[in-house]
Ligand binder design. Structure first.
Ligand SMILES: *[C@@H]1O[C@H](CO)[C@@H](O)[C@H](O)[C@H]1NC(C)=O
Ligand SMILES: *[C@@H]1O[C@H](CO)[C@@H](O)[C@H](O)[C@H]1NC(C)=O
Ligand SMILES: *[C@@H]1O[C@H](CO)[C@@H](O)[C@H](O)[C@H]1NC(C)=O
Ligand SMILES: *[C@@H]1O[C@H](CO)[C@@H](O)[C@H](O)[C@H]1NC(C)=O
Ligand SMILES: *[C@@H]1O[C@H](CO)[C@@H](O)[C@H](O)[C@H]1NC(C)=O
Ligand SMILES: *[C@@H]1O[C@H](CO)[C@@H](O)[C@H](O)[C@H]1NC(C)=O
Ligand SMILES: *[C@@H]1O[C@H](CO)[C@@H](O)[C@H](O)[C@H]1NC(C)=O
Ligand SMILES: *[C@@H]1O[C@H](CO)[C@@H](O)[C@H](O)[C@H]1NC(C)=O
Ligand SMILES: *[C@@H]1O[C@H](CO)[C@@H](O)[C@H](O)[C@H]1NC(C)=O
Ligand SMILES: [Cu+2]
Length: 573
């Protein structure tokens, strides 16, 4: 029964009509809700890999609690900081339309929440549905401060694929035996790369590990009933590693990435970078038993060290005897670029009538950003022989301000940032030719420079990896927007030839894109969200080293196109 047939009902009894109205129209009345969450950030001892360490956690959980909302809901999350660190939390992938104050990156959209204080993140989820996540956005705290953020479709709105019977969240992470703040502090002191993690994790568990042979832990168990289908919400919350994810004997049907629907396709292996999410349907249609689930690193630059330990979990059909043997799966080799490329190439926007891909056809700003590493002097860096590794965009190593950029913008505080971020590299060179790269001065410039955009400006941004120090995959994340990945290639971007093959019809829409090692990607977005929006590599070490910048998007016309005023409890610097 729909709203019309309900209101035109010819029942004379008023009370009966009222009841009927309530009954049949109540789904409309409760469409948008306010969801309240309380995040108590506390220290908690966790034992993994045969050792115990205190970690920063939300509500004592690792991974933290799942936040559920429906498209259209307003979410209020009170974050109370009970630990000794400054803190802020980012709702990764939430557009935060006009509510940049709730985005979370410390010193970009807010000053951090000091120990002993709290802040209410207040945002409305609109125009998005699917799997996202939340994580700390300061220091390296996101190593343990993270959890899923699930946006369900509006009530009564179906998925654009057969509804699975059940759903499960699978968070992939990295675990260090040491305190992660000690790991990054040690690296910054030396000027060198930080220690790699000691294990990967699936929902907080590494599974049987060579680092702890005595442990009887089989890791996380994904229980399934024969014949049922499961929506797996896979999240890469690791700090520094892209991952392969697979399940022995089962194919996965990918239906959504970064909370946007894609044309469904089947795959053995999911490739997922830090900051990305992938939702896939698993059907439990194999012989009852136990099947290995594996998460292992993808890194095709030989000189970069990785944690090469595969995390394992177990897919277990109900009724399986505990003595049953586990069906094994190999993890792809760490340099399995063809597997990664095949997965990336298969991603296409659903682009249906209900969910069209609104790709900007023309552009107002055509930007070309080189991304990569560099080396700067560091007299105190003994282990680095007086140098430190840095990272940059267009040769700018971003310097974090000590006052939040969004506040500086809103209150017109001078001297915090400039808006002269270069649209092109200052000195073009052959970015991917090893001889040309070796001849370059690896030094970078420093600054807190932003790129200014008018409201609704259409932007094309080509991200070009450089081979400086080493070519590498960089998963670049943009806050405040989704973008369309219109092109991708190896070598140098060719501005004459490459745009001819851009996909402007059904390119994948997402918030984090992997720039291939020694290659480029082209993205397009419309700047329809006023505020200051961070863009950075989601490999935490590269962010720390300076591979970051921000866009300043001006207000448009009237209140609907303007940033809201800051909330009263916004932390101060
Ligand atoms: C963690 O364990 C250590 C050693 O047992 C103890 O001193 C500390 O108080 C514990 N910390 C927390 C937060 O429980
Ligand atoms: C949340 O923000 C909206 C404006 O977007 C405001 O109307 C509302 O009062 C805020 N709620 C709280 C609890 O601060
Ligand atoms: C990093 O690894 C080195 C070599 O294994 C070790 O000596 C050092 O203690 C580690 N640092 C931290 C912070 O765990
Ligand atoms: C992982 O790396 C360690 C240290 O580099 C090495 O000793 C070990 O053989 C590697 N293991 C695998 C499975 O590649
Ligand atoms: C520092 O210099 C020493 C001696 O020349 C050399 O052995 C070492 O590899 C250098 N370290 C780095 C990180 O360049
Ligand atoms: C850049 O270097 C590559 C690899 O050496 C070479 O194929 C290409 O022609 C060079 N491009 C330009 C514009 O010089
Ligand atoms: C980057 O800037 C530094 C400092 O100004 C300069 O020495 C270096 O040559 C520049 N590198 C490139 C690739 O533009
Ligand atoms: C602002 O947006 C609201 C909700 O979308 C709409 O109802 C209202 O008419 C808009 N106001 C203006 C001035 O555009
Ligand atoms: C916490 O943040 C405040 C405000 O930015 C800053 O003054 C203070 O130094 C920070 N504390 C630490 C321990 O970094
Ligand atoms: Cu990077």
């Amino acid at each position: 029964m729909d709203f019309n047939s309900c209101t035109t009902s010819r029942v004379s009894n008023i009370l009966f009509l009222f009841l009927l109205l309530l009954l049949c129209c109540s789904p409309l009345l409760v469409q948008s809700r306010i969801r309240h969450y309380k995040f108590n950030v506390v220290m908690k001892n966790y034992t993994r890999l045969c050792s115990t360490k205190p970690i920063v956690s939300v509500n004592g959980k690792y991974p933290g609690p799942t936040v559920y909302a429906r498209e259209g809901d307003t979410v209020l999350i009170k974050v109370a900081n009970h630990v000794g660190y400054n803190l802020s939390i980012h709702w990764h992938g939430i557009r935060q339309i006009r509510t940049g104050w709730a985005d979370g990156p410390a010193y970009i959209t807010q000053c951090p929440i000091p120990p002993g204080q709290s802040y209410v993140y207040n945002f409305t989820v609109s125009g998005q549905r699917g799997t996202l996540f939340w994580h700390a956005h300061i220091l390296w705290l996101r190593a343990t401060v993270h959890g899923a953020l699930v946006v369900l479709p509006k009530l009564g709105v179906p998925y654009p694929f057969p509804k699975p019977h059940h759903e499960r969240v699978l968070i992939l992470g990295e675990w260090w035996k040491s305190d992660t703040e000690a790991v990054i502090n040690e690296a910054l002191k030396s000027g060198l790369a930080p220690n790699v993690s000691d294990a990967h994790t699936i929902n907080g568990h590494p599974g049987p590990s060579p680092a702890c042979p005595s442990s009887s832990s089989s890791g996380y168990t994904l229980s399934v009933a024969p014949g049922k289908s499961y929506l797996l919400r896979v999240i890469n919350a690791a700090l520094n590693e892209e991952l392969f994810f697979k399940i022995a004997g089962h194919k996965l049907t990918v239906v959504e990435v970064d909370a946007t629907y894609v044309k469904p396709f089947k795959t053995d292996t999911i490739v997922i970078a830090p900051g990305q999410t992938t939702t896939a349907v698993l059907t439990a249609d194999k012989r009852a038993g136990k099947y290995m689930v594996a998460a292992s690193p993808f890194m095709d630059t030989p000189v970069v060290a990785v944690d090469n330990v595969t995390a394992t979990a177990m897919l277990r059909y109900t009724g399986t005897l505990s003595s049953a043997r586990t069906t094994f799966t190999w993890a792809p080799p760490r340099n399995a670029t063809p597997i990664a490329n095949a997965f990336t190439a298969a991603l296409r926007s659903l682009n249906s009538e209900e969910y069209p891909a609104r790709v900007p056809r023309t552009v107002d700003h055509s930007l070309f950003f080189t991304i990569g590493l560099g080396v700067n002097p560091c007299p105190t860096c003994k282990a680095g022989n007086g140098s430190r590794v840095v990272a940059d965009i267009n040769n700018v190593t971003f310097v974090m301000p000590t006052f939040a950029l969004l506040q500086a913008h809103y209150f017109k505080v001078k001297g915090v940032f400039t808006t002269d971020f270069p649209a092109n590299p200052p000195a073009p060179f052959n970015y991917t030719d090893s001889a040309a790269v070796a001849a370059m001065n690896p030094g970078t410039s420093k600054g807190t420079r932003l790129y200014r955009l008018a409201y609704n400006a259409r932007v094309q941004l080509v991200l070009q990896d450089t081979g400086l120090i080493a070519p590498e995959n960089h998963p670049v994340h943009l806050h405040g927007f989704n973008f369309f990945v219109v092109g991708r290639g190896v070598g140098n971007f060719n501005p004459k030839k490459d745009p001819k093959s851009f996909n402007l019809v059904d390119p994948v829409e997402r918030n984090t894109v992997g720039v291939p090692s020694g290659g480029w990607v082209a993205i397009r977005f419309q700047a329809d969200n006023p505020g200051v929006w961070f863009m950075h590599c989601h490999l935490e070490i590269h962010t720390t080293w300076g591979l970051k910048m921000a866009f300043l998007v001006e207000n448009g016309k009237g209140p609907n196109e303007s940033l809201l005023p800051p909330p009263k409890d916004l932390p101060k610097c």
